[in-house]
Design a binder for this molecule. Structure first.
Ligand code: ZN
Ligand code: ZN
Length: 470
C-alpha cells in the first residue's frame, strides 16, 4: 500500500519534508529547516519522525533553506542514499546550506560563551560546516524534463517551477509490480509568480493521480508587478531630490537578482534620474548567488534573459553596478553621505552587512529604507516596518528617522489565482490533493477554491499524518 507522510510544512510555510513510501521503497521529498521564532528554530533539533537510515532516495525541489536546511542532519543521522536535484539547485544549495552551517557554528559559539559566564554547559550547533560538506557530496544533478530512474519501480521527472533558479515541480512515477497501472504523484514544490525576470514561468502539468500543492499565498492576491516597479521608481525619484541614500535589505538568492534587473530596466527606460551613478550589492552571498544566476544551464532562462546572453551580455551587470567584496570596502560605503543605492543582506535585518548600513542611515531623515520581502515576527526588520521609534543595532540604540517603504508585491510565489490556474491544468482532477506550505488561513483559502472552482477532493495534512494513496 502506497503512503505519504508529512513531517513539515503542515499548516505552515517552513520545514518541507514529505516521505513517500511505495510499500517497497521510500523517497523523501525535501528536508527543509523550520524557520521563524527561536522556538520554531529549536524544532530542528527534534527527531525527524522517521529513521533516515531507512530512506532509500531523496529529491530536493529547490535550494531555499526551508526545503534544504536539514539535509546535513538527515545525513548525520544515517541517510545513505543520493539526493537528486536540478543542476542549478545543487549550485545554490551548496551556497545556502554552507552559509546556514556557518551561522549555526557562529551562533552556537556565541551562546556557549554566554552560557559559560552563567556556569552552564556549551551549546551544540545544529550542524557544522564539516557536516554540511559531507552531506552536499550526495547531491546528484539532473536537468528538467529528463526521466531519472531511481529503481526498477520508481522514476521521476523535474519540471520548471519558475520560483527561483533551478526550482522544480517533482513528478514521480511509481510502477506496479504486477504490471498493472502505475501511479503518478506530483509535488508542486514552491510555485513561482509568472513574469519573474531571468527565470521561466512555471510549467503546467496535466496529469497526476495525487497532488501535493503549496499554498503560501493560497488566499491572497498580488498586485501587478508593473505597479511595484513604478513604486520603486517613485522612491528612487523622491530620494534623488535630496541626493539621499537608498538602503535595500534583500534576500541574497532570487530577490537581489530581481532587484538588479528592475533597476537596470528603470534606468534603460529613463524612469529614474541619472543621480544614482553607483549601485552596490553588498553581500558576499548575494554576489555568489548572482554568479550562479549568470552561469546556469541555458534551460533555466526565460526569453528575455536569453536575449541578453545571445548578445554576449549579462542581464545582471551594467555600468555603475558594483559587487562589494571586502569588509573594508563595505565600511567605506558609510563614509559617503548620500547618493548611493545599497542592496545588502540579510533581508530581515537580523545579521550581515545590512546592519552597519542601517546604523549609518536609520537616524538620518533623508535616507530611504526599502523592504522588499516578508519580515517575520521578532526580527529587526519587522520592528522597523511596524513603526518602532528606535532599534538596537550592534549594542547601540538607533533612532528611526529615515523614510521606511515596503514593496510587498515582490514575491517569488504564485498568488491564489496563480495557484488555481496552475491546478486547473490537471485533467482529470487528481484523486486527492494535499495542501501544504501555507499558514492555516492560506491553506484553507486554497482548499476552498480548489473544491468550489475545480471540484478537487482536498485535504490539509497535519504534522506527522500518514495518508494512504489509493
Ligand atoms: Zn522557496
Ligand atoms: Zn518554501
Amino acid at each position: 500500500m502506497m503512503k505519504i507522510r508529512f513531517f513539515g510544512a503542515t499548516e505552515q510555510v517552513t520545514g518541507s519534508c514529505f516521505l513517500l513510501d511505495t510499500g517497497q521503497e521510500t523517497v523523501l521529498i525535501d528536508c527543509g529547516m523550520f524557520q521563524g521564532s527561536h522556538a520554531t528554530f529549536m524544532r530542528n533539533y527534534d527527531a525527524f519522525g522517521f529513521d533516515p537510515a531507512k530512506v532509500d532516495h531523496m529529491i530536493l525541489s529547490h535550494a531555499h533553506a526551508d526545503h534544504s536546511g536539514r539535509i546535513p542532519l538527515l545525513v548525520n543521522r544515517g541517510f545513505k542514499g543520493r539526493i537528486h536535484c536540478h543542476a542549478a539547485t545543487a549550485e545554490l544549495a551548496n551556497l545556502i546550506v554552507m552559509d546556514s552551517a556557518h551561522i549555526h557554528e557562529v551562533e552556537a559559539g556565541w551562546r556557549s560563551r554566554k552560557n559559560r559566564r552563567k556556569g552552564k554547559g556549551p551549546v551544540e550547533p545544529l550542524y557544522t560546516t564539516a557536516d554540511a560538506r559531507t552531506a552536499l557530496k550526495k547531491l546528484e544533478r539532473c536537468g528538467y524534463r529528463q526521466t531519472v530512474e531511481l529503481s526498477s519501480s520508481i522514476s521521476f521527472i523535474l519540471h520548471d517551477a519558475g520560483h527561483i533558479l533551478g526550482s522544480s515541480i517533482v513528478e514521480l512515477d511509481i510502477r506496479a509490480h504486477d504490471n498493472g497501472p502505475g501511479k503518478k504523484i506530483v509535488f508542486s514544490g514552491d510555485l513561482g509568480r509568472p513574469d519573474q525576470p531571468i527565470i521561466k514561468d512555471p510549467e503546467f502539468l496535466t496529469s497526476a493521480d495525487f497532488l501535493v500543492i503549496e499554498s503560501t499565498y493560497g488566499a491572497r492576491h498580488h498586485r501587478p508587478i508593473s505597479d511595484t516597479k513604478e513604486e520603486l521608481a517613485d522612491i528612487i525619484r523622491q530620494a534623488a531630490k535630496t541626493d539621499s541614500n537608498i538602503i535595500i535589505p534583500s534576500f541574497a538568492v532570487g530577490r537581489t537578482q530581481e532587484l538588479i534587473f528592475y533597476i537596470r530596466e528603470l534606468m534603460a527606460e529613463e524612469r529614474i534620474p541619472k543621480t544614482y551613478k553607483n549601485i552596490y550589492v553588498d553581500s558576499p552571498m548575494a554576489t555568489s548567488a548572482t554568479g550562479i544566476y549568470e552561469n546556469a544551464v541555458r534551460e533555466c532562462y526565460g526569453e528575455e534573459a536569453l536575449q541578453y546572453y545571445d548578445n554576449h551580455l549579462s542581464p545582471l551587470r551594467f555600468e555603475g553596478l558594483h559587487f562589494v567584496s571586502s569588509v573594508d570596502e563595505s565600511m567605506l560605503l558609510n563614509m559617503t553621505p548620500g547618493g548611493q543605492i545599497i542592496i545588502s543582506a540579510s533581508g530581515m535585518c537580523d545579521a550581515g552587512r545590512i546592519l552597519h548600513h542601517l546604523r549609518h542611515n536609520l537616524w538620518n531623515e533623508n535616507s530611504h529604507i526599502v523592504f522588499v520581502g516578508y519580515q517575520a515576527e521578532g526580527t529587526k526588520g519587522r520592528k522597523i516596518v511596524d513603526g518602532a521609534e528606535s532599534v538596537k543595532i550592534m549594542r547601540e540604540q538607533i533612532s528611526i528617522n529615515a523614510k521606511i517603504h515596503t514593496l510587498n508585491a515582490l514575491s517569488a510565489h504564485a498568488d491564489s489565482n496563480g495557484l488555481i490556474e496552475w491546478a486547473s491544468a490537471f485533467s482529470p482532477a487528481p484523486k486527492l490533493t494535499m495542501v501544504v506550505h501555507g499558514e492555516k488561513e492560506q491553506a484553507e483559502g486554497l482548499k476552498k477554491r480548489l473544491k468550489e472552482e475545480l471540484g478537487f477532493i482536498t485535504t490539509i495534512p497535519q504534522m506527522g499524518e500518514t495518508i494512504t494513496l489509493v
